[in-house]
Design a protein around this ligand. Structure first.
Ligand SMILES: [Zn+2]
Ligand SMILES: [Zn+2]
Length: 275
């Protein structure tokens, strides 16, 4: 049986989200999805700023996100499973604040992300024309390794994410072979700790035109003993929900994964890929 899930979904409880939890759930039913995980943003280092954060009061936003998931879930019983998730940014930058964020709800699923390097701006705001890109990417993979080895999470989100901006804003096309050792270390750490690697399909619709990470990295994860992959669209509005999910599943299948994974109460559930 064809089972489709989207486990990377933002709502208005993310500073950059445009649809409500209810709108996302209704869209998911319309698309015939079996489950979604609502994973609104929680940038761990921002917690100390409270409501003064440029992203708003992220603790309150996540509390609201989880509460809304719990409130509407009964209405979708038998039709759609809606998981309580969070996209946890930079969990190793501020371990104490990260712990606080983890404690505010009973989560089903935690995605870990790096959206900015320590003491630097979000990748979105960087001026790539003045960056030493190889050095910047080296630091990015080092921080991912720290996250993969030490943070509390279920799946590592959008590995190679900065490439999305580098492709959009510069003519520089980094060769990931230059970072193979660092990437292998990240993938091995994930495999050893039995964490999942996310296949983020948002890149398919950007200049870069491929999943984040791409098929070579996903294949390598399998070779290094990776067992779990999660698939997410990173939709910020209902019209983008599940975009590219089928291609993400095919990519996983070609890379040697017979199952994709969803998380309930932080436990992996493997679902067969039918391709
Ligand atoms: Zn992200
Ligand atoms: Zn996201």
């Amino acid at each position: 049986m064809k089972i489709l899930c989207d486990t990377h979904v933002h709502t208005v409880n993310s500073f950059d989200g445009e649809s409500t939890v209810l709108e996302m759930a209704e869209k998911a039913v319309e698309l015939g999805l079996s489950a979604i995980a609502v994973t609104d943003h929680m940038e761990a280092p921002e917690i100390r700023l409270g409501a003064d954060s440029q992203f708003g009061d992220m603790l309150r936003q996540i509390e609201r996100s989880v509460r809304e998931v719990e409130e509407i879930s009964p209405r979708f019983e038998g039709k759609l499973k809606i998981y309580r998730g969070m996209e946890l940014g930079e969990p190793t930058h501020q371990p104490k604040l990260t712990k606080k964020a983890m404690g505010i709800a009973d989560f089903d699923f935690i995605l870990a992300s790096i959206h900015n390097l320590k003491d630097e701006e979000d990748f979105y705001y960087l001026d790539y024309s003045t960056q030493d890109i190889p050095r910047f990417l080296g630091r990015y993979f080092d921080e991912l390794l720290d996250t993969a080895e030490n943070a509390d999470f279920d799946s590592l989100a959008h590995l190679t994410y900065p490439l999305r901006y580098i492709y959009e804003r510069t003519d520089f096309r980094p060769d990931l072979d230059d970072y193979a050792e660092k990437i292998d270390a990240v993938l091995s750490a994930l495999a050893k700790r039995e964490k999942a690697l996310e296949i983020n399909t948002s890149g398919l619709f950007k200049t870069i035109g491929r999943t984040l990470p791409d098929i070579n990295v996903i294949k390598r994860f399998r070779e290094l003993g990776g067992k779990y992959v999660t698939i997410g669209s990173d939709a910020h509005r209902a019209s983008d929900l599940a975009k590219g999910i089928e291609q993400g599943l095919k990519t996983a299948r070609i890379s040697g994964f017979e199952h994709f994974t969803i998380y309930e109460n932080r436990r992996p559930k493997m679902i067969e890929i039918w391709y």
